[in-house]
Design a protein around this ligand. Structure first.
Ligand code: C2E
Ligand code: MG
Ligand code: MG
Ligand code: MG
Length: 274
């Protein structure tokens, strides 16, 4: 027993582990400075309809680190969620996305575009989340009808009543909600019945294996059917090939996002019909 514990303790001080802990601490320290240093930027990825016309974009956060270059959200969002930096960071994302919406509203060619913004559970659960979103819309002049908030199933595991109330209040003002990475969470489907949701977003892992794996295909068909029965919009993410789009369209999904239509890019690089 003691020998076992001794070995574990030794492993903790293993140099590779030490290096990883150090790197993580460095990244966290850098992350704390990054907002003030203006190192974040938003990329936008097109969302298209059946005619492949861009109808909206998803805003995806990037961190331009002075030494590391572009850091992807998969690396720093989990860290920001742990230390609650995600709250001010989420505010920045919302503000930036709403400014973009307001700018697009000036031109008839872009005025109809929607922007989907990812919202973390911690951010959503802040007691003043509704007030913050409404204040941001007001301040920027963005139309609430053009703003979609992407949330994940994890929000509804507990605090379901509070989540529903938050959504209800924002929807009253015209904001809509999309359920991101749908099908990958672990909560029961019954919560969907009572949530004021507008859109289901089929997770890219199902789209990836759609044509190779019958189980994936079956799950996607179920999600599309479910969205139709519940009168929800449905969008597929991670669409990379014509074959995937063709299959999805044939099975009733008419909104798409993925590399086939465009990668996430800075706003200047978006192909806008202006
Ligand atoms: P997500 O919201 O599910 O975003 C979709 C991810 O899939 C993005 O990764 C996007 O670049 C990638 N993607 C899009 N099309 C394709 C495709 O055709 N093939 C493949 N293989 N990938 C595709 P990204 O930008 O690295 O973001 C990763 C995750 O980080 C997001 O997943 C989201 O959960 C989170 N995230 C990004 N921006 C924000 C943000 O502003 N706030 C919060 N809270 N989370 C964010
Ligand atoms: Mg998303
Ligand atoms: Mg997603
Ligand atoms: Mg995803």
């Amino acid at each position: 027993q003691a020998k076992q514990a001794g070995r574990d303790t030794l492993r903790f001080f293993d140099p590779a582990m030490q290096a990883r802990l150090h790197a993580r601490a460095r990244l966290e320290a850098d992350l704390r400075q990054a907002l003030a240093r203006n190192e974040f930027l938003l990329y936008y990825q097109p969302q298209v309809n059946a005619d492949r016309r861009m109808v909206g974009v998803e805003a995806l956060l990037r961190w331009q680190h002075p030494e590391r270059g572009l850091v992807s959200p998969g690396e720093f969002i989990p860290l920001a969620e742990e230390n609650r930096l995600i709250v001010p960071l989420g505010d920045w994302v919302l503000e930036t996305a709403c400014r973009q919406l307001a700018a697009w509203a000036e031109d008839p060619a872009t005025a109809g575009l929607t922007v989907s913004v990812n919202v973390s559970a911690q951010q959503f659960r802040e007691t003043d989340f509704v007030a913050r979103v409404l204040a941001t819309l007001e301040r920027t002049g963005a139309r609430p009808e053009r703003l979609k908030l992407e949330v994940t199933e994890s929000l509804f595991v507990d605090n379901r009543d509070e989540a529903r109330e938050t959504m209800r209040l924002l929807r009253e003002h015209g904001v809509s909600f999309s359920l991101d990475d749908f099908g990958t969470g672990y909560s029961s489907l019954s919560y969907l019945r009572r949530l004021p949701m507008d859109q289901l977003k089929i997770d890219q892992s199902f789209v990836l294996d759609l044509l190779a794996d019958e189980a994936c295909a079956a799950i996607v068909v179920s999600i599309i059917t479910l969205s139709q029965s519940l009168h929800l919009e449905v969008i597929a993410e991670g669409v990379e090939t014509e074959a995937q789009q063709g299959w999805l369209a044939a099975h009733g999904c008419h909104a798409f996002q993925g590399y086939l239509f465009g990668r996430p890019v800075p706003v200047e690089a978006l192909a806008l019909d202006t």
